[in-house]
Design a protein around this ligand. Sequence first.
Ligand SMILES: Cc1cc2nc3c(=O)[nH]c(=O)nc-3n(C[C@H](O)[C@H](O)[C@H](O)COP(=O)(O)OP(=O)(O)OC[C@H]3O[C@@H](n4cnc5c(N)ncnc54)[C@H](O)[C@@H]3O)c2cc1C
Length: 446
Amino acid sequence: MTIAETSTLAATELVDELQAWLEENWDPDLTVGEWWKRLGTAGWAAPMLPADSYGRGLSRGDAMTVSATIARFGALGAPMGMSIGLASPTIATHGTREQIDRLIPPAVCGEVAFCQLFSEPGAGSDLAGLSTRAVQDGEIWHVNGQKVWTSGGQFADMGMLLARTNPDAPKHRGITWFAIDMHQPEIDIRPLREMTGNAVFNEVFLTDATVPDANRIGDVNNGWAAANTTLFHERSGMASRGGAGEGGMGIGARMARSGTVVGDLDKRAGDFVAARSARTSRRPRDTNASPAQSQIDLARQFGRLEDPHVRQQIAQAHILGTLSRLNAERHKAVRATGGDIPGIPNFGKLLTAHILRLNRDLGLEILGPRGMLHAYDQDGREELTTQPGGAAAMAATAQALGAQALPIFGGTDQIQRNIIGERILGLPKEPGDLAQVPFNELPKNG
Ligand SMILES: Cc1cc2nc3c(=O)[nH]c(=O)nc-3n(C[C@H](O)[C@H](O)[C@H](O)COP(=O)(O)OP(=O)(O)OC[C@H]3O[C@@H](n4cnc5c(N)ncnc54)[C@H](O)[C@@H]3O)c2cc1C
């Protein structure tokens, strides 16, 4: 069964089966690594993967039911991140039997963490224009070039690498997808500090780095097909997270990290669940709350609830947040019956980006001058907690600084609009299409 041909089981049947498995297998005294191994080899860590590739061939909706059931049971959820969400489905779709059996189990069991080495300084939206070169020498490929924006690169064991393997072919036809070992001195990873104060992503320099041909996923020069599988799963995941809220995403696992660099594999699994329960019991979730509830609370706290402009913006945030949730539910319902609504992931990402910007502006308007203060370290955070607005104001400034990320990653707003225009509305493509010109002959900056 392929990933596209997923089955949708009756929810109760699925929950019953998983519940019985959890009763037999969950033990809080296992290490995180031991627990994830059980979960992964039973197909519950990545249930959307095909059954013959360490999954269960479930639909995205059923996979969310699995995460929610594990969380409700009180067990630690599956490892989060790109190993399960992006690398495994790409390898399951394009890899050989040997690659599936060698590379997927450590990924779904959280033993290795993958990063995504796609974007380059000159190739982001135009990803097919990438210029990192891979040259074959027998069983080994030598890789030279630079990647950027590599989220989690400093914590990764493996990288999903796109490299140019035939510069004489048109740009989409000379790329190959590799699973490269990040633990080699020829790969230099330099974290980039963001305005949020975090260093989520990195520059990655590859200088005669090597990757065995055995780790080439798919045919030489056919990497664009594999890349599209990776990007499809990235965008679908974003769209479903946009509407799923916390409940569906295996929340317990959020705090347990995978991989050998910062992974929590040797720690006691039950401690992560206990930590989560303690957090949520302090902050009960009101399922009837408005999507603009935190803005309403902030406005009340800062005495701005009667301000007509603030009220209008809060109403906007409530309406758009509600529409976003309803759209996600509508899409989920249609997909559960085997159908689809073309363009919904693109519309959903655009709407989420719009809501993030609206909340950014609204939060800063409510905070006034307080919105100019942001803490960049633990001391600063402790100091700001004691200032007017406390933790709620800190959350609002953090949201404002982070709001720029989603409109860029996974395809910028403009690219989403291009996709909707060309593929959903059937509008003509942009003039000057260079898709058939050999990569070597493409016009370059400078
Ligand atoms: C938080 C974050 C995490 C990320 N993580 C990763 C990661 O782990 N791995 C990875 O490989 N990449 C990652 N990225 C990179 C991301 O995929 C790129 O930033 C994105 O594809 C845009 O590319 P760019 O930054 O080169 O901008 P450009 O492509 O140079 O775009 C610049 C501007 O031009 C506009 N533009 C470009 N082309 C068109 C067009 N044809 N029509 C209209 N407008 C256009 C864009 O919308 C944008 O406004 C991450 C980015 C962010 C923000």
